[in-house]
Design a protein around this ligand. Sequence first.
Ligand code: BGC
Length: 474
Amino acid sequence: MEIRPRETVNDTTRYDEAAAQATSSGFVYVAAAFAALGGLLFGYDTGVISGAVLFITKQFSLSTFPTELVVAVVLVGAAVGALTGGRLADRLGRRLTLLLTSIIFILGALLCAFSSSLAVLIVGRIIVGLAIGLSSIVPVYISEISPANARGWQASLYQLAITIGILAAYLVDYAFASSEAWRWMLGLAAAPGVLLGIGMIVLPETPRWLLERGRVDQAREVLRRVRGNANIEAEFEDIRQTLAQASERGRFADLKLPEVRPALIVGVGLAIFQQVTGINTVIYYAPQIIQSAGIPSASGAILATAGIGLVNVGMTVVSMLLIERVGRRPLLLTGIVGMIISLGVLGLAFHSSLASATLAWVAVVTLMAYVASFAISLGPIFWLLIGEIYPLRIRGLASGTAATVEWLSNLLVSLTFLSLLQVLGPSLTFWTYGILAVAAWFFCYYLVPETKGRTLEEIERHWRVSRFWKSRTV
Ligand code: BGC
């Protein structure tokens, strides 16, 4: 049974229903696709270093610690960028924040490509990280321009772009490996950065942010544009009324308000579980895992890794096709079960005394199953939900907070994975991620609401009148 917020019974119910029927114009697809370029840069810049680092180490004669630094500072920069980006997006607007993001991406990529010393390279990587963190505002931008019945797949374009970016990075690494051209590997990220910038110069601010800032005429004009001149008055009124009822003022202290806290717990919890269930051990270290399972040739391992990257992209598309039909919760819960099973089997395979050729194939297939399960669940749905579950007045700040926790959790897992492998061995390491995935399942089952087909305003009103543990349907 769907539980409707008590206070929506009168006018707002009428507005809700009309607003939920709103359609999109072709323009909204273009806007969403341009914004999603932020995800492409995110995926590319986090993925490309795995190949580039081999040659960087050689060029600057690096020992282990500086090498780890070159890899990991991006994650630190991203954590800082996500928090700053959230605040900026509330103050300056979503569009200007994304424009700034593109400029920082370009500067960072060029600095890395032309770096003459290790110090310059590290600064360049921090700058790239900042931009990656800032790009976490993309799902908010897309959610705020999309109609309720298409928001799921349109906001998932961000995750799709992340996976395409990762795959492109694997391929670029492969292409430049023989010439050891690491500067090209890092510098190429400037190109999509330019496209993102051009997009953000010509695309509009979101109607919701404009209305929040009192720019009523502009907001109405943009809403008309993204809805293709359909009748927008119901949706417009709905946003206006919800804003009038809001108690938040966009400050950090507001994150503790009773109507914000449940949504914050959902976002932060998903951020932690998205990472501690081990996805980036596969994304960053797949060739090493596959080699240790018994495919000795580096090129064989890299090829298998590219296969995993392809599965990641393909299953993200599948999730986008399903998300409006089956909803967020069923995809999330089913995908996490797939992750639990594949992590269990992967651990078993390393535990058993399989012949190395068999073990290698079992490892490749289970890694693919694991990534496929992530790609229909925790991957896209974390980013989608943090763009849609927070009240408008603190949407940037709250989603930036969740994204910061995501980056810090990523850092924790990336820094501990190799040591865990040494201390616990592969079986126990993968089983540990499997147990954390079981915890993730229960977290999602009890706390994550279904937002399919609901307008952002309905979701916002839901938290004011109802606690998430009483109703799993917004
Ligand atoms: C995560 C990344 C991960 C990627 C894999 C994203 O949702 O935030 O950490 O590398 O998915 O596809």
